[in-house]
Design a binder for this molecule. Structure first.
Ligand SMILES: [Fe+2]
Length: 295
């Protein structure tokens, strides 16, 4: 099976993308790499864009882009998707640096965009704002969490990293503990988008910078049990929740099947498992998420 290798970008709709772009550049510290009549493209390092903003009625995450390997065949990948009775489309030159894109919908209605990226544009890290390392993961509220998780496993080649009870799943497509997480809450919508920062020092600097600019943390800083990442969440001006994280668990090796040991692992070795719905699964340091997180 051909598996997607990494998350490349997340695309959002919002009523005022031009205005919201200021948050992504001046606060998050991404670099605006392109703008056309439909979209603003924002980058942090390797890829031409990691975030795309488009005009729409409400703030929501509408599309996720995934990259396949340089030796993988997109036609073969398309056949693999079609074998699951999923309708596909091909788009030529849909976005800068993407010449051929396969598009289909996941069961919760998010557009999945799969492509190969032959060209790297070589922009550097920005010099203002938080300046995260990369887009890490996108989390969604879900009506049917089991069905959507199975789709990511069967169609895109994801692996299950952890479950919280039977309602919250963390899925990986590379060494990172999770790239997509799905929480069964009865509705299909964006939960949060997470960007990786360097370390605890960078997270502290980021929280101070956010505070100075009028952004208060919604939850954290803390350390998640599941994934063991340091975290701090805030709400962006468009209403979507952003997480900054560091020290996320890494799968040592798919065949070995355990996460690389870190100081806070209590299992030895730490393997994918079902965690009890317990406060320590969500925050090893203190309180669970406030109600505001679920809005
Ligand atoms: Fe997260």
């Amino acid at each position: 099976m051909i598996r997607v290798r990494k998350i490349a970008h997340a695309s959002y709709e919002m009523p005022d993308p031009d205005k919201q772009a200021e948050y992504y550049t001046d606060i998050l510290g991404l670099t605006q790499t392109a703008k056309d009549k439909d979209a603003v493209f924002l980058a942090n390092t390797v890829d031409h864009h990691s975030v795309v903003l488009r005009k729409g009625d409400a703030a929501q995450c509408t599309r996720i882009g995934f990259q396949i390997g340089p030796n993988d065949d997109l036609n073969e990948f398309e056949n693999q998707v079609k074998a699951h009775d999923v309708k596909t489309q091909r788009r030529k030159d849909p976005e800068p640096t993407i010449g051929d894109m396969l598009v289909f919908e996941d069961p919760k209605g998010t557009q999945i965009e799969v492509f190969k990226r032959p060209d790297f544009v070589g922009q550097r890290f920005g010099g203002k704002g938080v300046v995260p390392h990369k887009l890490g993961h996108v989390a969604f509220h879900c009506q049917d969490v089991k069905k959507v998780a199975q789709f990511y496993i069967d169609v895109l080649g994801f692996r299950e990293s952890d479950w919280m009870a039977d309602f919250f799943v963390f899925l990986r497509c590379g060494p990172d503990h999770h790239t997509i997480n799905l929480m069964g809450t009865g509705s299909n919508r964006h939960f949060h988008t997470a960007f990786e920062v360097r370390d605890w020092g960078h997270l502290q600097t980021a929280c101070d910078f956010l505070s100075k600019n009028g952004y208060r943390t919604l939850w954290g800083p803390g350390r998640h049990g599941i994934g063991h990442n340091l975290f701090a969440y805030h709400r962006s001006p468009n209403g979507l929740i952003t997480e900054l994280f560091a020290e996320l668990d890494q799968m040592q090796d798919e065949e070995l099947g355990y996460f690389a040991p870190r100081p806070w692992h209590r299992d030895n070795p730490q393997k994918p498992k079902v965690w009890a719905k317990d406060p320590s699964a969500s925050n090893l340091w203190g309180p669970g998420p406030p109600e505001e997180m679920m809005k």
